[in-house]
Design a protein around this ligand. Structure first.
Ligand SMILES: Nc1ncnc2c1ncn2[C@@H]1O[C@H](COP(=O)(O)OP(=O)(O)OP(=O)(O)O)[C@@H](O)[C@H]1O
Ligand SMILES: [Mg+2]
Length: 614
C-alpha cells in the first residue's frame, strides 16, 4: 500500500518556511537582502506591531517583469545561481530560491515590481501561498513587498513569537547588520508610524558606524590594521582595550559582505583581545573578512547565518593576529598623548599662591595633616612647584615598587631594548588612596593604582616566562588525580605545553595524572583541585591552546593577589615609577582582567562640561 505521498506545493513551502522564516526579523532580513542583490541604492522599511502585523520593504533596484515576478514566488526559482558549480562561489546574499515562496506561504503577501524603463509594473497578491491576483501596477521603478499577518495560517508558530517590542528590536538588529555591511546604501526604518532612523548613503564604514551608534562609541573604536595575507583580508573597526558589552549585540562579523555568526571567529577575537577583555564581557567589533568565495561554503545554514571555512585554522590565526596588531597600534596612539609636553608648565604656570579670599582666617585651626598620606615632595627632589611635580624629575630617584608578599628581585625590570621615548606627565595627587590624578598633554588622566600594578606585574611575569621559562617548585608529595575522559584527552594533547609552563604533570594510568611541581609564583593549597580548575578555564579559553596563552591565563589569575591593594599608600616616587612602568607595558590601558587602568578626560571634554565651549 502506498504510504508515501508528495506534499502539496503550499505545504512544502510552509515546511521550508519553518527553517527560513523564524520570526518577523527573518522576513526583514530576507527582503532587504533581495533588495541589495537587486542593486537597490536605497531601502526603506516599514514595520507595524513588531512586524507581525506588517513588514514593508521598498527598494529602487532593477525590479522584475511580470514573468520573473511570478517565477520569483516558485520554490527553487532564483536568478542568482544556475548550476551546482555556482554554489562554490556565491557572490550574492541569496542563492537558495526559497525566501519569497516561504514568506508568501505563511502570510498575506503583496509584491509590486517595475523595471526602470517599463511602462507598467506588476502587482501580485498571495494568500497563504495561493496566488490570488496578478495585475498591472503603477508603482515607482523597483520592488515593494508587503508582508501582513505573519503566521496567520500557522497558529502554533504565531504562539512562539515574543512581545512586539522584542520582535521590533530583533528587526532593528537585522537592519543594523545590513546597514553596517553596506554603508554605501541608504536605509530608513519606520516603526508604527514613527521614523526610527534614516541613514544616508555614506562613503565609509566609519561614517555609517557614527550615524548609527553615535560619535561617542566611534571615538572608542580603533580601525583594524588592514594587513592582508594573500588568502584573507580583514578590515573594519574594533573596540579599544577596555571597551566591552554585556551581550553580543555589537559583535558584528561579516564574511564577504554577509553578516554571520561564527564561534570560530568570535573565539579568535576573544583570543586576540586576551587580557584586554573582562570575563563574561563581549568585545565590540565591526569586522569584515574577505576571502576567495571558493574558500567559504555559504550553503550550510537555512537562514544563511553560518558559513564553513575551507581552512578554519588559517582564518582563526589571521583574526587573532589582526586583533592583536590593531590593539598594539592603538597603544602607540595612547602614548602619543604622553609624548607632548604637558601644557601649563610651558605657557601658563599655575600660581601657587592662594587667592586672598580663600586664605584661612588667622584664628582658624588647621587640621593636622597625616603626612604619610600626602605626597612626599621635598625629600625626593628640589621641588619647583609645590603644587605639582614634574614627572621626569623623579626618574633617577625613583625607588622600586614596594615588596608586597612578592619577591622584588624576581621583578627586576628586564626592559625591552627599544625603550619608548620619555613619557611626559605630571602627577597631581592621589584621590581616595586609590586613584592617581595626573595631567598629560591631552588633559586629566585618572589611574587606578591597583589595576595599574596588576598590569605591570602581569607583563613582567609574562616576559620572564617567555625569556627564561617558568621557575618551578617541587611539591612535598607528588599528587595524583582523576579527570573525565574528555579532560584526559585535552591534558594528553597539551602535556608538553603544561610542562613548559612549569606544571610537572605526567600520565599515570588511564584518566589519571600525577603532578609533582607547580610554578613557584603560585600559592596553591590543593594542587589537584587547582589543576581541574585550570583545565576548565583553559579548555574554554581556547581549544588550540598555545603555551603562551595558557601561561598568560595562569599569570592573570595569580597576579591580582600580589598587586598593590586599593588602600595601600604609595609614596610619590613609587607612584611615579608605577606610572612609568605602566606606560611601558604592551597594553597599558587595561589590567590583565580587562578592566581599565587609566581614564583620560580631555581638556576639550572639560571645556564642554564647564560650558566654555559648546
Ligand atoms: N527586491 C527584488 N528586486 C528584484 N528582484 C528580486 C527581488 N526580490 C527577489 N527578486 C528575484 O526573485 C528571486 C527569488 O527571490 P528569493 O529571495 O526567493 O530567492 P533568492 O534570493 O534567489 O535566494 P534565497 O532564498 O537564498 O534568498 C531572486 O533570485 C530575484 O531574482
Ligand atoms: Mg533572497
Amino acid at each position: 500500500m502506498g504510504r508515501i505521498r508528495l506534499l502539496p506545493e503550499t505545504v512544502a513551502s510552509q515546511v521550508a518556511a519553518g527553517e527560513v522564516v523564524e520570526r518577523p526579523g527573518s522576513v526583514v532580513k530576507e527582503l532587504v537582502e533581495n533588495s541589495l542583490d537587486a542593486g537597490g541604492r536605497k531601502v526603506d522599511i516599514v514595520i507595524r506591531r513588531g512586524g507581525i502585523s506588517l513588514v514593508r520593504v521598498i527598494d529602487d533596484g532593477w525590479g522584475m517583469d511580470r514573468d520573473d515576478a511570478l517565477l520569483s514566488l516558485e520554490r527553487h526559482a532564483t536568478s542568482k545561481i544556475r548550476s551546482a558549480a555556482d554554489l562554490q562561489a556565491v557572490a550574492t546574499l541569496g542563492f537558495r530560491g526559497e525566501a519569497l515562496p516561504s514568506i508568501a506561504s505563511v502570510s498575506r503577501f503583496r509584491l509590486t515590481s517595475r523595471e526602470p524603463d517599463a511602462v507598467a509594473g506588476t502587482e501580485i497578491l498571495v494568500n497563504g501561498g495561493k496566488i490570488d491576483v496578478v495585475r498591472d501596477g503603477g508603482e515607482a521603478p523597483g520592488t515593494q513587498i508587503e508582508v501582513r499577518s505573519l503566521f496567520y495560517n500557522l497558529p502554533a508558530r504565531r504562539k512562539f513569537l515574543r512581545s512586539e517590542n522584542t520582535e521590533s528590536r530583533n528587526i532593528e538588529h537585522q537592519i543594523h547588520l545590513q546597514a553596517i555591511g553596506h554603508p554605501e546604501i541608504g536605509f530608513s526604518l519606520m516603526r508604527d508610524d514613527r521614523i526610527l532612523f534614516q541613514l544616508p548613503a555614506t562613503a565609509t564604514l566609519g561614517d555609517r558606524i557614527r550615524d548609527l551608534y553615535g560619535v561617542e562609541l566611534f571615538q572608542r573604536l580603533v580601525e583594524v590594521d588592514g594587513a592582508a595575507s594573500p588568502k584573507i583580508r580583514i578590515s573594519g573597526f574594533i573596540g579599544q582595550a577596555g571597551l566591552s558589552r554585556q551581550n553580543r549585540s555589537q559583535q558584528l562579523v561579516f564574511v564577504n559582505g554577509r553578516a554571520i555568526e561564527s564561534s570560530l571567529i568570535t573565539g579568535a577575537v576573544r583570543e586576540g583581545y586576551r587580557t584586554a577583555l573582562m570575563k563574561g564581557q563581549y568585545p565590540v567589533t565591526f569586522l569584515f573578512l574577505e576571502l576567495d568565495p571558493s574558500a567559504v561554503d555559504v550553503n550550510v545554514h537555512p537562514a544563511k547565518r553560518e558559513v564553513r571555512f575551507r581552512d578554519p585554522n588559517g582564518v582563526r590565526e589571521a583574526v587573532v593576529r589582526c586583533i592583536q596588531q590593531t590593539l598594539e597600534h592603538a597603544r602607540s596612539d595612547w602614548q602619543e598623548k604622553f609624548r607632548a609636553p604637558v601644557r601649563p608648565t610651558q605657557s601658563t604656570p599655575v600660581s601657587t599662591k592662594a587667592t586672598p579670599d580663600l586664605r584661612l582666617r588667622a584664628d582658624s585651626t588647621v587640621p593636622e595633616t597625616t603626612h604619610s598620606e600626602l605626597p612626599h615632595l621635598g625629600a625626593v627632589a628640589g621641588v619647583v612647584d609645590p603644587g605639582r611635580v614634574q614627572g621626569s624629575q623623579f626618574i633617577e630617584h625613583a625607588s622600586r615598587m614596594p615588596d608586597r608578599r612578592f619577591d622584588p628581585t624576581a621583578l627586576q625590570p628586564q626592559r625591552r631594548e627599544t625603550k619608548p621615548a620619555q613619557q611626559q606627565f605630571e602627577i597631581i595627587g592621589v584621590l581616595s588612596k586609590l586613584y592617581v590624578l595626573m595631567e598629560n598633554s591631552n588633559g586629566l588622566v585618572l589611574v587606578d593604582q591597583h589595576a595599574a600594578h596588576e598590569r605591570v606585574l602581569f607583563e613582567e611575569l609574562r616576559r620572564r616566562m617567555e625569556q627564561q621559562g617558568v621557575p618551578t617548585q617541587k611539591l612535598l608529595l607528588p599528587q595524583t588525580f582523576d579527570v573525565p575522559p574528555r579532560d584526559a584527552d585535552w591534558i594528553e594533547h597539551n602535556l608538553s605545553v603544561l610542562q613548559r609552563m612549569g606544571i610537572g604533570i605526567e600520565s599515570f594510568g588511564p584518566n589519571t595524572f600525577k603532578i609533582d611541581s607547580l610554578p613557584s609564583f603560585l600559592d596553591v593549597s590543593d594542587p589537584p583541585q587547582f589543576m581541574r580548575k585550570v583545565i576548565d578555564d583553559l579548555k574554554s579559553a581556547s581549544n588550540n591552546a598555545s603555551a603562551m596563552r595558557l601561561g598568560e591565563e595562569m599569570i592573570a589569575k595569580t597576579v591580582c593577589r600580589h598587586a598593590v591593594k586599593a588602600n595601600d599608600l604609595l609614596r610619590y616616587p613609587e607612584v611615579e615609577k608605577l606610572i612609568r612602568d605602566l606606560l611601558d607595558c604592551d597594553l597599558p590601558y587595561c589590567c590583565p582582567h580587562g578592566r581599565p587602568t587609566m581614564i583620560q578626560i580631555s581638556l576639550a571634554e572639560l571645556e564642554k562640561k564647564f560650558g566654555r565651549k559648546v
